[in-house]
Design a protein around this ligand. Structure first.
Ligand SMILES: [Fe+2]
Length: 378
């Protein structure tokens, strides 16, 4: 049994104001690169970094489901710029892009050359990850997910050197996040915790983090969605829950929900959290025969008082469906998945590295059956 999180975590309201102090203390670096997206630049959040580090170089071209071409473009730039530290600021896309760009700062070639586990030659330059959503967990994981658009495939680039050196987690950064993103990224965090707790790779250590994440996320997600500004405690709880869920799945794994949502994301550019929310209850129904007892435990952590495990697991699935509905998360129909793509989605889900971790063996035909059932019931 192994458990590894080398990232130094700074958590708390207003922590972002200590960024310069942390950099001066830990890195003594002068050439810094900020990797973010245009939305973060326009929202004013990036100013909280730039005002402390006026000399910082900025790459703000990261898109949702970051593309390999974007990373390679930034890679060519960092070849000349030679930054010493990369700061990733944003949701999972910006943080994953920061990790990948930091890797290209010390390794020649293109990002697709490093697809897989520990394919790099030199460790990347240090990354400071500053999440601005409550779902990714990327600030405490060793993986960067980058979309290869021609292959329509999400590549995982990972290795023990890809953990951010520092995670600076400030729940107040959620204040300007629109409610639909609180909902979808919060559901991503919930999915991380549920999958980390039920996959074959779950361990004693990851259970501790997954359970605590669930205890934090269940009571806070709707409150955060309704009033992120007014609900300080919920804001802190959902941000902590998201990070703990990241530590949990980073050391165990995710399962079929992520296999399906990554397949759909690579084909339709669907937001990751939205796809997870849609697939979560249906994959849970599929997993029920082997994961009933664990789902019942999760149900109890979520406040469902039901002694019978079958009934508790069923109530949990209904609760998750209701949660998505109450937060107006799009349904399967809104994703506009074509039935003619089912075979391709199923194949991609089956080929996903995390597919073997799912608690119930899921083959090509199983994924097609899940998709058909979803279509029928939506
Ligand atoms: Fe995720």
């Amino acid at each position: 049994m192994r458990f590894y999180v080398p990232t130094r975590i700074f958590f708390g309201s207003g922590t972002i104001s200590h960024l310069k102090e942390i950099i001066d203390e830990r890195f003594k670096a002068s050439r810094l690169l900020l990797v973010t997206d245009r939305g973060i630049m326009e929202s004013g959040i990036a100013d909280k970094v730039i005002s402390q580090l006026p000399e910082i170089h900025v790459f703000d071209e990261v898109e949702q489901n970051p593309k390999y071409t974007t990373i390679n473009r930034a890679g060519e730039w960092v070849d000349k710029l030679k930054p010493e530290v990369v700061i990733g600021l944003g949701g999972g896309s910006a943080l994953d892009a920061a990790k990948a760009i930091a890797l290209l700062a010390t390794n020649s070639g293109k990002i697709e050359d490093y697809e897989g586990k520990e394919k790099y030659i030199s460790p990347p330059i240090p990354v400071i990850a500053i999440p601005t959503t409550c779902g990714t967990g990327s600030e405490v994981t060793w993986v960067s997910v980058i979309t290869h658009t021609e292959r329509m495939f999400k590549m995982s680039i990972k290795g023990p050197d890809l953990f951010p050196e520092v995670a600076l987690v400030d729940p107040d950064l959620l204040i300007s996040l629109p409610p639909d993103l609180i909902a979808s990224t919060g559901m991503d965090a919930l999915t991380h915790a549920i999958e980390a707790y039920t996959v074959k790779a779950a361990t004693f250590f990851t259970d501790i983090f997954a359970r605590k994440a669930l205890e934090l996320i269940f009571p806070s997600i709707e409150r955060a969605y309704k009033d992120i500004k007014g609900e300080k405690v919920a804001r802190e709880q959902i941000m902590l829950g998201s990070m703990l869920a990241g530590i949990a799945f980073g050391n165990s794994d995710v399962g079929s929900v992520h296999c399906l949502s990554e397949a759909v994301g690579s084909l339709y550019d669907t937001p990751h959290g939205v796809a997870n929310s849609v697939f979560l209850p249906f994959v849970m129904e599929f997993n029920l025969p082997v994961a009933k007892d664990r789902y019942a435990e999760i149900a109890r952590l979520g406040g469902i008082e039901e002694e019978d495990s079958d009934a508790a697991a069923q109530k949990l699935i209904q609760k998750i469906k209701a949660l998505s509905k109450s937060m107006n998360i799009p349904s399967l129909r809104d994703l506009r998945i074509k039935e003619s793509d089912f075979a391709d989605i199923a194949e991609k889900a089956y080929q996903n590295n995390s597919n073997p971790s799912n608690p119930r063996e899921a083959g090509n035909k199983d994924y097609i059956a899940i998709l058909k059932k979803m279509m029928h019931e939506s």
